[in-house]
Design a protein around this ligand. Structure first.
Ligand code: H2U
Ligand code: ZN
Length: 349
């Protein structure tokens, strides 16, 4: 006998269409008590300028270079880059047990604002638009380097996500090879496109808009959903309404509306637990290699670790590390919690 799944009661698993991997959903477990680790919340107020911050304008960095007196955004080569641009081409080791390939690349740090005390959630729309333009410029510029095959833009926000500094900043790492996550997404999107003739995430968004229950915020060009297969409690996926393969393709008005939806989403996040919400976010767009990437749809992932409050996070440990990710709160409940927050930042009320 087949029993219909009640997603609010029955343990079930959901498939991530972008990776082919499964997440276990155990909705009945939310009520279990928590006596484990709690985190310290981020400091309540920061100075506009911190003389000891290596990202503030005019300050010296760890490598000895001095930041200019920048007034909007500022990009520099990471002083402790994980990659080097000059490694010899094409060298690999093909021993069946010890396989390796030389990796070539570029690592840069992107300061979003000269203001030490701001976050994207609290920046003005024209300044967030400048960050969008800068992201697009980085993709455009680095894509022209034929040694680079994939450009990853990301932001680690908050000490809980390993950010080394509260000053608003992100990073770009560009590599010759396609990294693991974009490689899985490339395969899944290509397979879907070959059989259906339309991009996977364009059709997925239509299905989410019809279902409504996982939509968090939307505007004329963009939609944010808690994806059906979310792993992190309040994970979201930001999608353009129309087919767009990478950031440089966005029109001026799509960049403005992107700044708008980013701010709205990040305010909902901050309001959820009245804290500067930690997360890792990043953009996935088409690879920088030549060839047909019609199967690619641009999107951003937000992976926030918090679960119950500003101080209780989700741990990805035992079962997650050894078997499959698991969540208690359903994606629908998470979307509902986010959607019903005020759109006015708690610090501005
Ligand atoms: P995270 O906060 O996401 O770790 O990013 C900060 C980056 O800034 C980190 O990769 C670099 C670190 O290597 N950095 C510099 O390039 N110069 C410095 O003076 C300090 C930090
Ligand atoms: Zn600073």
């Amino acid at each position: 006998m087949t029993v219909p799944i009640d997603p609010t009661e029955h343990p079930h698993r959901r498939r991530n269409l972008l990776t082919g991997e499964w997440v276990l959903v155990s909705p009945h477990r939310m009520k279990r008590p928590w006596q484990g680790q709690t985190e310290s919340p981020p400091p309540l107020s920061l100075p506009r300028y911190d003389p000891s911050c290596y990202l503030c304008p005019g300050n010296e960095r760890a490598g000895g270079l001095v930041n200019p007196a920048y007034t909007h955004t500022f990009v520099f080569d990471n002083d402790f880059a994980a990659l080097r641009a000059d490694t010899q081409e094409g060298t690999s080791q093909n021993n069946p047990f010890f396989q390796s390939q030389l990796e070539t690349g570029v690592c840069r740090v992107i300061c979003f604002s000269p203001r030490h005390d701001l976050t994207l959630a609290r920046m003005d729309l024209p300044d967030i638009r400048r960050v969008v333009d800068l992201w697009a410029e980085q993709i455009e510029e680095l894509s022209q380097n034929e040694k680079l095959g994939y450009i990853q833009l990301f932001e680690n926000r908050g000490a809980m996500m390993g950010s080394s500094n509260p000053h608003p900043h992100g990073q770009v790492w560009a590599t010759r090879h396609l990294p693991n996550e974009p490689a899985k997404e490339d395969r899944a999107q290509r397979t879907y496109f070959e059989s259906e003739g339309t991009p996977l995430l364009v059709d997925y968004l239509s299905a989410e808009l019809a279902a409504e229950e996982r939509v968090v915020v939307e505007n004329s060009d963009w939609v944010v959903v808690v994806p059906y297969w979310a792993i992190w409690p309040f994970e979201t996926l930001l999608l353009p309404r129309r087919p767009r393969q990478h950031l440089p393709e966005l029109s001026p008005s799509e960049r403005d509306s992107l700044a708008g939806i980013l701010k709205r989403l990040l305010i909902l996040y901050d309001n959820l637990f009245e804290t500067s919400f930690p997360y890792s976010m990043g953009w996935h767009g088409k690879p920088a290699t030549a060839g047909d990437h019609a199967h690619w749809q641009l999107h951003a992932h937000f992976y926030p670790p918090l679960l119950r409050s500003a101080t209780v996070r989700k741990f990805m440990v035992g079962y997650e590390m050894l078997a499959t990710p698991q969540r208690d709160l359903t994606a629908e409940q998470a979307a509902q919690r986010l959607r019903t927050q005020s759109e006015i930042h708690y610090l501005d009320r």
